[in-house]
Design a binder for this molecule. Sequence first.
Ligand code: FAD
Length: 450
Amino acid sequence: PLEKMTAFRAMIAEVPVNDDPKYVLAKSRDYYWYSPILKDQLDAMTGQIVVQPRTEAEVITVAAACAKLRIPLTLRGGGTGNYGQCVPMEGGVVMEMTKLDRIIEITPGRVVCEAGARIEKVEHAVAETGQMLSMFPSTKRLATMAGFVSGGSGGIGSLKNGMLRDGTNITYVRLVTVEEEPRVIELRGQEILKVQHAYGTNGIITALDYGLTPAVDYLQVVALFDGYDVALSASVEAETRGIESFLLTVCERRFSRFYKKFADIFPPTHDAIFAMVAPSSLNAYKTLVADHGGTVVLVKTDAEMDAAGLPPVWECGWNHTTLQALKVEPGIWTYLQVAYEPPLDFALCARQLERYGEEIYWHHETARMGGEVHFFALPIVRWTSKDRMYEIIAELEAEGCAIYDPHAITIEDGGMKAIDTTQIDFKREADPHGLMNPGKTRGWSAEMAR
Ligand code: FAD
């Protein structure tokens, strides 16, 4: 209601706001439109006002006002999430975190920064100290550090350094609670699991740390193979041969029509591996490719890629692939996220490729989890209907694959299926009125129903 908003604005008077409906609508969106199912569900949803705090003190002012007036609060970083993670399902306040973007400290192995710092900005700052981020999403230009930590799971670099929640990739999170008198809570070590991948439902992150490694000038390498099965098997063997790589994406030949800038390099007659290989492993990698009957057709540094007008190879992997397909054939494609139990069963992948024909195009990604390399597929799927999508999901699950459903709006349905009680317990503490990003956790709805 109008009076509530008037009261809210009076309570946060010093904090910049924007209530132009066009702006508010734009900031109530993310990349959920990859999914026609989510598009139907979320297109009409919008917040009432966008607030843009510049300091943690201003974040506290907004949190207190939302708690006192019981206004829903949805946090937003770069808005590059894929599952409507920052779409306000019950209206209210959208808090845009991108003005909170200071880099606080860089030490060997760690960077501490404010929540809304764009990932690429942090990457440039740590590069000056001879270091690099342990991993990043291909959206790093727009995406923020806290948005990645709260909405993401891993990305380019995960093959070397594990998923976000593994090891020491994140060891510190500072957050503000949404209460009448907000508190600042600091989580350390394993405690960060209380908020990692919680979609901003249980506390407003204002600062965090992130793992760095000594910088390696990974080479961007494209190799071509005579069949998808040999390309897959080469990527598995890369690990047993101890090849140091930051990214290995196995991509079937039908993707070549989407990768227009690679037209001379990746023809529709061959399957490919797009990789980032440490210079010290290049010779071993070339031998591996040759042993699988393949050919290395491109080796370039980042600067050389740029000079040649080529996009980085990581734009041919993970979820950037879906974007590439949608750019060329809008409205035709959507996607799925599939996880395989190691060791990878090549026969299973071949059966899946064969079974769906023109309906599904495959690429497989590698990431380290608990020290071991796991395979994921983010296949693009020709959209027909919701029923068909869930039929495919059921078929893949029946074969032992796990599906991280990108057509679902709650954390649980999209990810691990089970309710994460640690995160719900923490939500009781950090968001006792249940105002943060309502509708995104089944665990909290169950809690309320009790
Ligand atoms: P947003 O979309 O703004 O927010 C994500 C979630 O975090 C929301 O729920 C939001 O409420 C919450 N949030 C934002 N700020 C805060 C805060 N300060 N405190 C608490 N919660 C907060 N993801 C991956 O994990 N790996 C990938 O490789 C990857 N590749 C992608 C490629 C493409 C082309 C696209 C479109 C997406 C990809 N994603 C990937 C998803 C997304 O880009 C990442 O998760 C990204 O890092 C999100 O950052 P953001 O700042 O845009 O977050």
